[in-house]
Design a binder for this molecule. Structure first.
Ligand code: UDP
Ligand code: MG
Length: 316
């Protein structure tokens, strides 16, 4: 099979017939063998009924329905697990991404041997409350990840070589950083393609301004996960050790200072009379506790993960 199109969706009943017809038309025109994997991420409208209906006249469609809303990352992940195509293309369900981009995305993965081609919505039809935070995210993500050539990490329209999606796991809110995750997994051939971005035709966006805050928290966590990729809990241990040694150094300095005073015959000054000593003491105690916390966290995390635990309700 040439292409799997993975489409996560939440309450997109109006868009689905138009979207799947459009994809079918593009695929047939180009002679691709394909499947469309529609992942219903806990919709409360009639999306699932629409998917079942579409399936009856369109055998290339596969539907997966979550028991509840687990988020876009989980939806993409389950699509990645079941995808069979040599190239996997992800796309939003709301008709903001154009299926007409598929042939070029496919060509660049296959002919130019890219691991990932990421879409770039250079012209966006979104309010400034969305485009401005997005600009900031992208600049920060470029810096931290070292993937300097991408402008739009969060673009829903991307193409992957099959190996990429089979080697990574996307969970939590990580869907925004799939190229970064893939890079850590060793896939370095990451390219970009300017894609058409269309205004949302039906329904409304599922991501509000709270994304701004969530996105920054994600970015911080992903930065630390990146820095401490093998042992994330070492972060706490490192902070603890730093704090502990800072306290020790201050204490040693205070004692040395006192000895110098004594040797100069200056009037006796007790170490415990100095406020700095108490700051040092706190640093030592906090440092030791942080270190222990990190150590315990590491023992606990060794046997558990916070990863995907979604439940599939139905498939067609
Ligand atoms: N989506 C999803 N699960 C969610 C939220 C969104 O599967 O919890 C889907 C949504 O239906 C759409 C895609 O993710 O297909 C992008 O969402 P949306 O269009 O709301 O985001 P925006 O384009 O406004 O950034
Ligand atoms: Mg959208």
């Amino acid at each position: 099979m040439d292409i799997s199109v993975v489409i996560p969706l939440l309450d997109e009943e109006e868009s689905l017939p138009e979207l799947t017809n459009w994809i079918r038309e593009v695929m047939n025109r180009n002679g691709f063998s394909y499947e469309i994997i529609l992942v219903d991420d806990g919709s409360t409208d009639n999306s699932w009924d629409v998917i079942e209906q579409l399936k009856t006249s369109h055998p290339n469609i596969r539907g997966i329905k979550f028991r509840r809303n687990y988020g876009k990352s989980a939806a993409l992940n389950v699509g990645f697990e079941t995808a069979q195509g040599n190239v996997v293309i992800t796309m939003d369900a709301d008709l903001q991404d154009s299926p007409d981009e598929i042939p070029e995305l496919y060509r660049r993965i296959v002919d130019e041997r890219f691991d990932i081609i990421s879409g770039w919505k250079q012209k966006r039809y979104d309010p400034i409350t969305k485009t401005l935070p997005t600009k900031l995210f992208n600049a920060a993500t470029r810096q931290m990840s070292g993937i300097k050539n991408l402008h739009d990490f969060n673009c829903g329209l991307k193409a992957y070589k099959k190996d990429v999606v089979k080697s990574i796991e996307v969970y939590g809110e990580m869907h925004r950083y799939i190229p970064v995750i893939a890079k850590w997994a060793g896939f370095r051939r990451i390219g970009e393609q300017v894609v058409e971005h269309r205004a949302r035709k039906y329904g409304k966006t599922k991501f509000g301004l709270s994304r701004f805050i969530n996105g920054f928290l994600d970015l911080l966590s992903i930065f630390f996960v990146g820095k401490f990729a093998k042992r994330p809990m070492h972060f706490f241990g490192t902070m603890g050790v730093l704090s502990f040694f800072a306290g020790m150094i201050i204490t040693i300095w205070l004692i040395a200072d006192k000895l110098v005073d004594i040797s100069h015959g200056v009037k006796y000054r007790n170490v415990t009379d100095q406020p700095l000593f108490y700051i040092a003491l706190v640093a030592i105690i906090v440092g030791f506790q942080l270190f222990l916390t990190g150590f315990i966290a590491e023992l606990v995390s060794r046997n558990s993960t916070e990863r995907n635990s979604y439940q599939i309700d139905r498939t067609v």
